[in-house]
Design a protein around this ligand. Structure first.
Ligand code: IMP
Ligand code: MG
Length: 183
């Protein structure tokens, strides 16, 4: 696996510090709006958000529920979105709750846009978006904005810390680019 790496964009140490800081920011922002009638539902988008959300939730010191959603937009070896497909059902009891969507990376924004509009139909108290990475795309900004962003990265294909290529490299602890011969 290590021989497939071209260069390290973000080290483990930088990730760890940034996740801590985002957690603190979310904790402060939500502290006054959560109560038993309007709790926080944290919604990681599987599978890319698995590692980030596992780290993030341990910095959030309040009652919350995890509701996983599965969406795929990069099936198999593709490196460009092939259209967004919901691969699981949304929970049906989001009315009045604060929903925080967590994803690995905001690229075109189509994934989050689809998910947000489906959640909105249920009249939640609020919807916020938290992503580990935002890609600075050569063809313009994403169609939705994230409320919390870990790092902005150049328009390159990256893996590690949950992000995959063909299902692999999610377990790598840094955010890296791959060598051409690994693609
Ligand atoms: P969007 O719908 O174009 O914003 O795509 C977002 C989804 O595509 C993310 O949830 C990721 O799963 C995937 N994705 C986008 N860029 C990358 C990348 O550089 N590496 C791995 N997955 C990516
Ligand atoms: Mg994803």
């Amino acid at each position: 696996m290590l021989r497939d790496i071209s260069h390290v964009l973000i080290s483990e140490e930088r990730i760890r510090k940034r996740v801590h800081a985002i957690g603190a920011q979310i904790a402060a922002d939500f502290a006054d709006s959560l109560d038993d009638d309007s709790p926080l539902v944290l919604m990681p988008v599987m599978t890319g958000a698995l590692v980030f959300s596992a780290d993030l939730i341990r910095h959030l010191p309040f009652k919350l529920k995890l509701e996983l959603v599965a969406i795929s937009s990069y099936p198999g070896k593709s490196m460009a979105s092939k259209g967004v497909k919901m691969a699981s059902e949304l929970p049906k009891d989001l009315e009045g709750k604060h929903v925080l969507i967590v994803d690995d990376i905001l690229d075109s924004g189509h994934t989050i846009a689809v998910l947000k509009s489906l959640i909105e139909e249920q009249s939640p108290a609020s919807i916020k978006v938290c992503v580990m990475l935002e890609k600075q795309r050569n063809d313009g900004p994403p169609i939705v904005k994230a409320d919390y962003i870990g790092f902005s990265i150049p328009d390159e294909f990256v893996v590690g810390y949950g992000l995959d290529y063909d299902g692999y490299y999610r377990n790598h602890p840094e955010i890296v680019t791959l060598r051409e011969d690994a693609l």
